[in-house]
Ligand binder design. Structure first.
Ligand code: SF4
Ligand code: SF4
Length: 242
């Protein structure tokens, strides 16, 4: 039993899964933020967003969490690794990976939610996609797409891969990316036996599929003595763990 993912040989994510994850990411059109007058403002919460229970970098799928942990271990010094993996705040106002210059310090490993942000410039594009999908995919998928994506538009980005947009929108409204990431997350055996048992006991579910950087850290990085003593209450207080 390990006390932390830091003690496991790197990388943790199987190569086959990494390839599959990157193939999903490659389907998302790239955008340029070069002309932004407030780089990184989308990676921290305004007071109004905080009060409305928004969260940066959420949802984060388990497969993405492990992918980012591998990236952190390969690219940051020991002190920075420890600092990032010690974060257990579920909903920090500022993403822990946002640099002082407004950049993303894990850009090659950033999660789905950050990659899809700003692909569209106007809410009208989200609504048009939702309208065209009615009757084609289950209604609750369309509702989920609308609920999330209307807050993921940015009027300041410039599309770099316009040829991918139609297929991307189809994938978004039919939750294709999410379903692939859930499938990969559920196939992953990344938690040791004791931590998995603690999760099962607290959550009455087999494994965590979708949570936050801080939430996953609490389960995977805190000393086992803390997990045994305090994880159940931590989970109970969590409102972003799924
Ligand atoms: S997504 Fe929008 S707000 Fe965020 S850095 Fe890019 S242009 Fe700026
Ligand atoms: S992971 Fe990177 S892109 Fe995503 S919110 Fe954090 S700093 Fe921004």
């Amino acid at each position: 039993m390990s006390d932390s993912l830091l003690q496991i040989a790197s990388p943790i994510l199987p190569e086959q899964t990494r390839t599959r994850l990157n193939a999903v990411y490659a389907r998302i059109p790239a955008v340029s933020c070069a002309g932004c007058d407030a780089p990184g403002s989308c990676c921290e919460l305004t007071d109004a967003e905080y009060d409305d229970n928004f969260a940066t970098m959420y949802p984060l799928y388990a497969v993405e969490y492990v992918h980012i942990v591998d990236y952190v271990r390969a690219h940051f010094d020991a002190k920075k690794q420890r600092a990032l993996l010690d974060i257990v705040d579920e909903r920090p106002r500022r993403c822990p990976f946002l640099t002082d210059e407004g950049g993303c310090s894990i850009h090659p490993a950033r999660p789905l939610t950050c990659r899809t942000y700003g692909v569209l410039n106007h809410v009208s594009q989200v609504k048009a996609t939702a309208a065209s999908a009615h009757g084609e995919v289950p209604g609750q998928w369309v509702s989920a797409f609308l609920a999330i994506e209307q807050y993921s538009v940015c009027s300041k980005t410039k599309l770099k891969e316009g040829d991918k947009v139609d297929q991307h929108l189809q994938a978004m409204v039919s939750l294709q990316y999410e379903r692939e990431l859930i499938d990969m997350s559920n196939a992953l055996n990344w938690l040791d036996v004791d931590r998995r048992a603690a999760f099962q006991q607290a959550a009455h579910k087999n494994r965590p599929t979708r949570w936050t950087w801080g939430g996953f850290n609490a389960l995977a990085q805190k000393p086992m003595a803390w997990v045994t003593r305090a994880f159940a209450n931590f989970w109970k207080a969590s409102f972003l763990g799924e």
